[in-house]
Design a protein around this ligand. Structure first.
Ligand SMILES: NC(=O)c1ccc[n+]([C@@H]2O[C@H](COP(=O)([O-])OP(=O)(O)OC[C@H]3O[C@@H](n4cnc5c(N)ncnc54)[C@H](O)[C@@H]3O)[C@@H](O)[C@H]2O)c1
Length: 315
């Protein structure tokens, strides 16, 4: 096993998402070295310079544009390289283009570093997580996707606003595909232990079904709406990347809905999708069996089937 620098992170792909994630990671103080890689080397160099100029207001860190040889000792490798969604394009439309990019990137990573934790962010994140696992030969716990961490943050934000309560007190998950077949796991949602519907009534909301439907649709359509309005989404995912890296570096064993390969989870196997999982220094320790009702389980299986059909066509 190679000696890793546990204070070193690599970001592959320095577009909107990679640059915003690198900025969030710089601000976090979690790492002391960050290497940025992009097919467009000048872009990586420009981002490294720009982000470095914030260091006097943060914590010392060596940030530079590099090449694959520079990631040999990186502890965490964040992969954001890939095309973004164009207006009207679904995440699954992106699949062929981005699987092609992964076929070039992932073997180059695995050639120099077999021991890192690989965090996949590019879309469609579930398919690319599955592909990255195959292409890298990494053990399953050390290659996983940001999955529905962002969607879950959007859900908590919207519920927090709806209920006029701190979104950090909302405990609710989006599970399944990071995309159109995702599921809001309402049956286990609560606000600091109070079942969601009880808390809603406490705050004067009684139209549960209509509100839940509207909020879940809003979450699902957030990316489309943002892309329509500003061309790309990157701040929310950057904070998600930072949060996941924090859970890894600090060995927090935090429960996050990341995308990992499933093994007989509600009968679902051989596909990467998001379920709440314990995340720590070795990546994904295990998934957490939150309770789901029959309709949620059925929707989760349908989400898995959607992803499997894509995997069948492209891998
Ligand atoms: N998982 C999530 O929740 C989430 C959220 C937002 C965006 N995304 C995804 O993240 C990805 C990046 O989005 P973006 O807005 O930053 O796109 P972007 O087009 O701004 O950036 C992509 C970058 O990847 C680089 N790149 C392309 N091929 C490469 C290669 N072979 N090696 C190295 N670099 C390469 C490009 O030069 C570019 O700088 C997209 O797939 C997008 O859909 C995921």
């Amino acid at each position: 096993m190679a000696v890793l620098n546990h204070r070193k992170v690599a970001v592959i792909g320095c577009g909107f998402v990679g640059a915003a994630s690198a900025f969030a990671l710089m601000e976090s103080g979690l790492f002391s070295e960050m290497v940025l890689i992009d097919a467009n080397k000048e872009k990586a160099e420009g981002e490294a310079l720009d982000i470095s100029h914030g260091l006097p207001f943060a914590k010392p860190m060596n940030i530079y544009a590099g090449d694959y040889k520079d990631i040999a000792d990186a502890y965490v490798i964040v992969v954001t390289a890939g095309s973004g969604q164009k207006p009207g394009e679904t995440r699954l439309d992106l699949v062929k283009k981005n699987v092609g990019i992964f076929k070039s990137i992932i073997p180059q990573i695995a050639e120099v570093n077999k021991d890192a934790i690989m965090l996949i962010v590019a879309n469609p994140v579930d398919i690319l997580t599955y592909a990255a696992r195959q292409l890298s030969g990494y053990p399953e716990n050390r290659v996983f996707g940001s999955g529905t961490t962002l969607d879950t943050a959007r859900l908590k934000y919207l519920l927090g606003r709806h209920l006029e309560v701190d979104s950090r007190s909302v405990h609710a998950f989006i599970i399944g595909e990071h995309g159109d077949s995702e599921i809001a796991a309402w049956s286990s949602a609560n606000v600091s232990g109070i079942p969601l519907n009880d808390f809603c009534e406490m705050r004067g909301h009684f139209e549960h079904d209509a509100s839940m439907k509207a909020i879940a649709e809003n979450v699902k359509n957030s990316a489309y709406e943002i892309i329509e309005k500003k061309g790309a989404t990157y701040y929310g995912i950057a904070m998600s990347v930072k949060r996941i890296c924090e859970a890894i570096v600090r060995d927090e064993k935090t429960i996050l809905p990341v995308s990992s390969i499933q093994h007989n989870n509600h009968g679902i196997s051989d596909v990467a999708l998001s379920m709440p999982a314990i995340v720590g220094k070795d990546g994904v320790e295990c998934t957490v069996p939150i309770s789901l009702n029959d309709a949620e389980i059925e929707a989760l299986r349908a989400s898995a089937d959607t992803l499997k059909n894509v995997i069948k066509d492209v891998l």
